[in-house]
Design a protein around this ligand. Sequence first.
Ligand code: FE2
Ligand code: FE2
Length: 236
Amino acid sequence: MTTTTTIDPEAPLGRLVGDHPEFAAVFESLGIDYCCGGDTSLRRACEENDLELDAVLERLATIDSTDEVAPAEASITELVDDIVETHHDYLRAELPSLERVVRKVARVHSDAHPELEAIEATFLELQEEVTHHIADEEETVFPELRTLANGASLTAPEKRRIREAIDHLESEHDAAAARLEEIRTLSDGYAVPSEACTSYRNMLDRLELLEEDMHRHVHKENNVLFPKAERALEDW
Ligand SMILES: [Fe+2]
Ligand SMILES: [Fe+2]
């Protein structure tokens, strides 16, 4: 099946990916930030990244759409379940395992590649912050959003607390994005040195996958779940 929808270049990236989850891979490959930069229009993002808008539109119009339900159509409860099962569970399994590889590669290869020590330090900071962040979401904000979705009426202070918690989570998303950007820069875009051993390659591949997954994850929260929660808060 091919996407036949006319794509509005003035639409914000977050909404485009919300309506067409399959666009995420294209934006990812072009280096377009659609998660924390989800409010930016496609036209502006193309300008900022020196990309031909028409070429990007053409590429988006011809990719196959998936059969999955666009997150934009999912309910708050479905979104929260999907985020926990798809992204939080992945992070819980991946981060400790990737940590071992990052530490090992830095220990063995930092003489020849001094940037590996900075990659290790940045990764460890990211790991600690993200681990804390997802636990915080699951213990406080997500249960409150489930309550909201179930139609419970909330007091004004409760609503204010949820809004403040969402703002805080969004600022942590920006911080995580900055750390991932730093790792990308330090590794020269995950470039594999010619003499790299299997562990070194494996580390770079997995760091890149981590970045990709974080972009999808943050997109679902910033551009789909939180705006939906905001609308639900306004309705009560
Ligand atoms: Fe999350
Ligand atoms: Fe988050």
